[in-house]
Design a protein around this ligand. Structure first.
Ligand code: PEP
Ligand code: MG
Length: 298
């Protein structure tokens, strides 16, 4: 079985009827880079950048961040690596961040909200990503977006970051931008959001918990938490349609992307690619390669 699976390493992410559905990797640290290469993922669809901020005593420096992103860019070569800007707060805490205690941290000052509050922290990371963009094919992705005002604020900050790099004559490339769709609000305004960036990626882990109003980490809800809920699937379809209407690709990077029972459904919905943990790349590739959308039609 494992041998058969390993044969898929060099195979294309292509359905029986010839549709290409690239499979990207989700990674949470640089050690995962080896398996991304080994399984021949199409690229990195989600780099959870929190690993550089957690389990330490102070903010990471721009140089430290830059070194990591540069390594990612160089390692991936021509393949795209999507770096998600840091998604702190809620369950991702560190003392030095001094995030005040919240009654509802899951609905709290997390993700992009925290970054927009802590502009300097955000700018340090953006400068590091822009600088590293000179070494490969990076893209930027924002977590937990739920309004157009957040996009305005981000664009303002990006303009400042570019001006600072220009002033220091530091080389960078203009990189593609993406929004994670992981709140019901983002789903409802996904058409407008799609116009502001180059592609969208569905963060179905958070999207499910916010849609069902169920904490994804609450053990008491484990049997009730249903990430195949029709409401979630319907939202995925809405976002795919909103993206395509505006010429934008739509990916899924939540854990549901690795669920091979849904691969056929996702492809039928028009999902443009799936991003999964390295261990799931080959099983999902096999599911894509077994998918035939012409089946049952004549
Ligand atoms: C998600 O919410 O689906 C997601 C991919 O982000 P994270 O799991 O890191 O919150
Ligand atoms: Mg999320």
């Amino acid at each position: 079985e494992r041998e058969d699976l390993l044969k898929l390493r060099h195979q294309k992410d292509e359905t029986v009827d010839g549709r290409i559905v690239p499979i990207y990797a989700n990674i949470g640290n640089l050690d995962d880079l080896n398996s991304v290469l080994y399984y021949e993922a199409a690229g990195i669809g989600l780099l959870r950048s929190e690993f550089q901020y957690l389990g330490r005593e102070n903010y990471p420096s721009e140089e430290e961040l830059f070194a990591a992103y540069k390594r990612v860019a160089q390692t991936m070569g021509k393949k795209r690596a999507v770096i998600r800007t840091v998604d702190l707060g809620a369950d991702k805490q560190a003392k030095y961040l001094k995030i005040p205690e919240e009654i509802n941290p899951i609905m709290g000052n997390r993700g992009i909200r925290l970054c927009l509050d802590r502009r300097e922290m955000f700018k340090v990371q953006l400068r590091a990503i822009y600088r590293a963009s000179a070494y490969g094919r990076l893209a930027l992705m924002y977590p937990m977006i739920d309004s157009m005002e957040e996009m305005d604020a981000i664009e303002q900050i990006l303009a400042e970051v570019r001006a600072e790099l220009d002033e220091k004559r530091q080389p960078y490339q203009e990189i593609p931008k993406a929004i994670m769709i992981e709140t019901p609000a983002a789903v409802m305004i996904s058409e407008e959001l799609a116009k502001r960036v180059d592609f969208l990626s569905l963060g179905t882990n958070d999207l499910t918990q916010y849609t069902l109003a169920m904490d994804r980490q609450n053990p008491l809800l484990r049997n009730k938490y249903n990430d195949h809920h029709p409401a979630v699937l319907k939202m995925i379809q809405m976002v795919v349609d909103a993206g395509h209407k505006n010429g934008r690709k739509v990916y899924i990077c939540g854990e549901i992307a690795a669920d091979t029972k849904l691969t056929h459904t996702f492809i039928q919905m028009g999902v443009d690619g799936l991003s999964v943990v390295p261990a799931c790349i080959l099983p999902v590739r096999r599911a894509v390669r077994n998918t035939d959308l012409t089946e049952g039609k004549d």
